[in-house]
Design a protein around this ligand. Structure first.
Ligand code: UT7
Length: 346
């Protein structure tokens, strides 16, 4: 059977760090509140107004190509999971295609909020499984700072900017994506959304005045759905693949809230040492969280490791994927900023 295996990872993070101390100066909040309620310590911000989501996506993709040792024209398809495209159209994927020089690729953006990467991955996998494509570049990238209201303490403490990507290639030896679950429930659309800018509320002075171009989240309600939604699909995918906690090398969860992640891990019967967690470094980067985890942990991953990816986000959208890691990550270094953090912690 032909499966879609991840064969390379790339990432890009803007240099600028927005710490909890910085946010204390902007809104009525505290480092203590943010850390205990969310686990976040700082986020990255792409400050340069001339740079947007495609810039970060291209940097991440170029790193991936260099690591894999292939040229851009070998890519067949580019999928960009994002809710902060550079513009409505052309798709960010087209901007990435052009800037990379991926002359043989088609591409499109996929809008599924915090499940954007997971759905892009499973969509890309189908192109590989069907035999239509040999190399699919799957990117999760969001410049959340472009839609965050930095006077709203309930949302501005959560989100950050970043991009990361994976390459999908065919595998015939049982590695790669084995199973996936994708879900959506639009009836809860009023709990996490951005009202302005689309065809329902096109931009006007009035929509700007009403702050309709910022994201809005009813945090407590989203939390309740997320905590059960993410754990449900993670448990479901384990059950139908006969996996126990002992079989899992890592849970790779969307990084929205430490408490949601803890609940998912508990339901899966795995300890914290098996959970990829970097929310303290980057906050919630929406579509970039899961591939940023893969980038941070790549050096620890070995061929055959069982990973469960799980996400929950606006829409609602949610899902899980079970994959067998296809290559030895030991040949890649620990990202420098991660190494520095680990050293400081000792
Ligand atoms: O990634 C996509 C999906 N999104 C999620 O999964 C996010 C899910 N939700 C959450 O992670 C949490 O709901 C939040 C982190 C957003 C909020 O945490 P919470 O424990 O649910 O807090 P809350 O909204 O229930 O607010 C508790 C209190 C409120 O005050 P009162 O009403 O109890 O007096 C808020 O006004 O905390 C207050 N508060 C803050 N205080 C200090 C809200 N934001 C802040 C803040 N600093 N930044």
């Amino acid at each position: 059977m032909r499966t879609a295996a991840i064969t390379a990872v790339g990432y890009y993070l803007p240099e600028e760090r927005l710490t909890n101390a910085d946010l204390e100066k902007l809104v009525e909040t505290s480092d203590e509140w943010i850390v205990t309620r969310t686990g976040i310590k700082e986020r990255r911000i792409l400050r340069d107004p001339a740079k947007a989501t495609s810039y970060m996506a291209v940097q991440a993709a170029q790193q991936l190509l260099d690591k894999r040792g292939i040229s851009a024209d070998e890519i067949d398809c580019i999928i960009v999971g994002t809710v902060t495209p550079d513009m409505f159209f052309p798709a960010t994927a087209c901007l990435v295609q052009d800037q990379l020089g991926a002359s043989n690729a088609f591409g499109f953006d996929l809008s599924a909020a915090c499940s954007g990467f997971l759905f892009s991955l499973t969509t890309g996998a189908r192109f590989i499984e069907s035999g239509r494509c040999k190399k699919v570049l799957v990117i999760g990238a969001d410049k959340m700072s472009s839609i965050v209201d930095y006077s709203d303490r309930t949302t501005c403490i959560i989100f950050g900017d970043g991009a990361a990507c994976v390459l999908l290639e065919p595998d015939e030896e049982g590695y790669g994506l084995i199973d996936y679950i994708e879900r959506a429930d639009g009836s809860q659309r009023d709990l996490l959304y951005m009202a302005g800018g689309g065809s329902l509320n096109p931009p006007t002075h009035a929509t700007v005045d009403a702050k309709m171009h910022y994201l809005v989240q009813e945090g407590r309600s989203v939390f309740k759905y997320a905590v059960t939604g993410m754990a449900d699909v993670a448990e479901q995918i384990m059950t139908r693949n006969n996996l126990t906690g002992d079989d899992i090398r890592y849970l790779v969860p969307h990084q929205a809230n430490l408490r949601i992640i803890d609940a998912t891990a508990k339901r899966m019967g795995i300890g914290q040492e098996k959970v990829m967690l970097n929310i303290h470094r980057y906050g919630n980067t929406t579509a970039a969280t899961i591939p940023l985890c893969l980038a941070d942990w790549e050096h620890e991953l070995r061929r055959g490791d069982n990973l469960v990816l799980a996400a929950f986000g606006g829409g609602f959208t949610w899902g899980a994927a079970y994959l067998k890691w296809a290559y030895d990550g030991a040949r890649f270094p620990v990202p420098a900023h991660v190494a520095a953090e680990l050293e400081n912690a000792q």
